[in-house]
Each structure stands twice: as structure tokens, then as C-alpha cells.
Write a protein that binds this ligand. Structure first.
Ligand SMILES: [Zn+2]
Length: 132
């Protein structure tokens, strides 16, 4: 083990890292080797990571600050953190879907599709009512 190699976190294989990762701390080199490793566990971990990133991106577009650009109001950061937690659970196989009722008018459903992707659906129902 020297500063040019890293170890896959799953199968323990040592590899020489790409030029750009050389001289980085051991942890970073291990990460680079793990991400590039072809063992089944490492590949699964990469898929899970990608799934989480994509779903978080959907949440940000539908519920975060970016939502304002498509004319819907952003949801509180605390609720978005809960959505991220749901995404982690789904990506890791602990949940299939979850519905978060944000307020009386707004709900967000996060679930695994048959294609294995994570879908985020936000429903806002607007009721206008007056009483005098
Ligand atoms: Zn491996």
C-alpha cells in the first residue's frame, strides 16, 4: 500500500489509482478505487448513489428553491430533509414508497418505479373559498 494505490471497500482489491487521485489521502483513493471496481457490491453501491443523486435532483426541482422558477412555491428545508431520508431508505431497499403530507393542500409521493428508478410526485390542490 503506497500513495499510488487504493483499496475497494467491498472486495478489498488493491489497484493503482488514476493520475489525478495520486497523492490524495488514503480515504479518497479508496473511494476512487471502489467507484471504479467491477465487483458486484461496488457496482451496486454506485447505482444506489446515482439513484439518490437523481431523486434529490427531482426533489430540488419540484420542492426546493428551483420550484419557484416553474411557478410553484418552495417547501420548507426541514421537510425536504425528510424527503432526502425517504430517498435514502428507498435506494437502500428499506422502503418502497412514502407519502409526505406537507400541509392540507400539498403532498409529495416518493416511490420506486417498476424500472427501478425513484419517482417524485408533488400534488398541490388549491381551493379558494370565501364565507361572509
Ligand atoms: Zn470491489
Amino acid at each position: 500500500m503506497n500513495e499510488n494505490t487504493g483499496t475497494c471497500r467491498f472486495c478489498g482489491q488493491n489497484r493503482i489509482v488514476d493520475e489525478k487521485y495520486k497523492k490524495l489521502p488514503g480515504e479518497k483513493r479508496d473511494e476512487a478505487v471502489t467507484n471504479a471496481c467491477t465487483c458486484p457490491e461496488a457496482r451496486r453501491a454506485v447505482r444506489v448513489k446515482e439513484q439518490i443523486e437523481k431523486a434529490r435532483n427531482c426533489i430540488n426541482q419540484l420542492c426546493g428553491e428551483e420550484a419557484a422558477s416553474i411557478g410553484i412555491s418552495p417547501i420548507k428545508t426541514e421537510a425536504i430533509e425528510q424527503m432526502y431520508a425517504v430517498v435514502d431508505s428507498i435506494a437502500n431497499g428499506n422502503l418502497r414508497s412514502a407519502t409526505l403530507q406537507i400541509c392540507s393542500r400539498c403532498k409529495v409521493v416518493i416511490g420506486l418505479t417498476s424500472k427501478g428508478t425513484i419517482k417524485v410526485k408533488r400534488t398541490d390542490s388549491k381551493t379558494h373559498q370565501l364565507e361572509e
